[in-house]
Design a protein. Structure first.
Length: 289
């Protein structure tokens, strides 16, 4: 029973990271209809920002997360407003190629600046955890889960309670009708992509505290964000959180199978994704019509 509870905790804590990675990806996909292949690069930019600030100033890595969000929001806003917006109404393949190109540029710039060495953020409390009857709960991962849920809650509140959030939802529902009622589409697009990038930056800062990073480490997170959105269902922040937690649980229990490794666990997770697509094409929490 203790082993089962430990695996459950590990899965939920890992799922918090996946949820943080997935919420920005889901927002951009749901509103702009862009499967953002540069998302993983944005995550790693956030991770390097946290590492750089922590290394240069000694600032607690959790306090760097708002800085990550602001810097990535500005970067994402500019990228959408003056680059991606030029092909926003083009066929999906064009946005695929453009975001893939942005991903390559970002990764290679990071390689030029930081080289391919592994970097890690090691705070004084790294490796510490709460022990309860043989069950260990790492402090950083527990805090990361809380921050991921807070991030999702803030994003959901912004979308539901603010004028810009309502405008973004209107654009996602019908961009032409939104434009007719006075929504500035270019600004709404840019804010949406900026918010997605800001969420990716926060996720990257959390990841930097948990594992070593390199400029190319972001690619798996793009794929994982895609799976998380498919599992939970596109269109709601809460669905993405559920998808992230589900992905973390499946991965944790997959890795517990004797003789299995991370690759096998990922295969199980993707198998579950295919099963969900067959049974519930709109995801676990997607709205069925």
């Amino acid at each position: 029973m203790a082993d089962f509870v430990q695996l459950l905790i590990i899965g939920l804590l890992a799922g918090g990271i996946y949820a943080a990675v997935g919420v920005g990806f889901s927002l951009v996909w749901g509103v702009l209809n862009i499967v953002n292949l540069a998302h993983g690069a944005l995550v790693i930019i956030g991770a390097y920002l946290t590492w750089q600030i922590f290394t240069a100033s000694g600032l607690d890595p959790f306090l760097t997360l708002p800085i990550d969000a602001v810097v990535l929001f500005v970067f994402g806003y500019a990228a959408q407003r003056w680059v991606i917006n030029r092909v926003i109404r083009a066929p999906l393949l064009f946005t695929f190629l453009l975001t893939f190109g942005l991903n390559l540029i970002a990764v290679n710039v990071l390689l030029l600046i930081f080289k391919s060495d592994f970097r890690s953020v090691t705070a004084s409390y790294s490796g510490a955890g709460l022990e309860l009857g043989g069950i260990v709960i790492p402090y950083i991962r527990l805090a990361a889960l809380g921050i991921a849920l807070l991030l999702a809650g803030l994003l959901a509140t912004l979308l539901a309670k603010t004028r810009m959030g309502l405008a973004i939802q209107a654009v996602g529902a019908d961009r032409d009708a939104a434009q007719l009622i006075g929504v500035d589409l270019r600004h709404a697009y840019a804010v949406t992509y900026g918010l997605g990038a800001a969420c990716a930056g926060v996720a990257g800062g959390l990841i930097a505290m948990i594992q070593a990073i390199t400029p190319t480490a972001g690619e798996p997170y793009t794929l994982q964000a895609f799976v998380v959105v498919i599992l939970g269902g596109l269109g709601r922040v809460s669905a993405t959180v559920v998808g992230g937690l589900a992905f973390g649980l499946v991965e944790a229990f997959g890795q517990s199978i004797p003789g299995s490794g991370s690759v096998f666990a990922n295969a199980i997770a993707f198998g579950v994704m295919v099963l969900v697509l067959v049974v519930r094409p709109k995801g676990l929490m997607g709205r069925l019509q």
